[in-house]
Write a protein that binds this ligand. Structure first.
Ligand SMILES: [Zn+2]
Length: 164
């Protein structure tokens, strides 16, 4: 993916935040989709329907995947990976997220409670799959970019997660 971090512009950041929060509020479900970059390394998101009926889980069909890939091509983007939200967990991939992912694939995870997103790449480490964090620049306020990462510690008392 090159050396400079890819960037999540404020418009897409707000869409992600709004939709992930709405899904959490309705039935603690996850949102999901594909993400791509334009030549300027800015991300755009293509949401797909979460076809899983289990809480804290997401899945979508290959048909949805290929339709979204087509849409990305139409918008002159380059496909990078998939994204999903964690309604009540941090923005790190769980064991299932890692198991379902291919080596060298990328994923963005959005943490609804902590209002943050992080970018991961699944790598092979000691013969096992593991997640390595990749820097992601997020524009949370117009014109202000900040690097995502563990330093943005999750707040346990936020209005998004009143049950904590
Ligand atoms: Zn997950």
């Amino acid at each position: 993916m090159g050396l400079s971090p890819i960037r999540l512009p404020v418009r897409e950041w707000r869409r992600l935040r709004r939709r992930a929060y709405a899904a959490q509020q309705i039935d603690v479900s996850e949102i999901c989709g594909l993400f791509a970059v334009r030549a300027n390394r800015q991300i755009f998101l293509v949401f797909v329907a979460n076809e899983s009926d289990r809480d804290g889980h997401f899945e979508f069909s290959w048909q949805q995947f290929w339709l979204a890939r087509k849409q990305i091509r139409r918008l002159h983007g380059r496909y990078i990976g998939i994204f999903h939200s964690h309604p009540i967990a941090t923005a790190a991939p769980g064991p299932m997220d890692i198991r379902k992912s291919r080596i060298n694939s990328y994923q963005i995870i959005y943490d609804v409670c902590g209002t943050t997103a992080r970018l991961w790449r699944v790598v092979k480490r000691g013969g096992k799959k593991a997640a390595a964090e990749i820097p992601l620049l997020i524009e949370r306020t117009s014109g202000v970019w900040s690097l995502s990462g563990p330093e943005q510690a999750r707040q346990l008392e936020t209005p998004n997660c009143p049950w904590f």
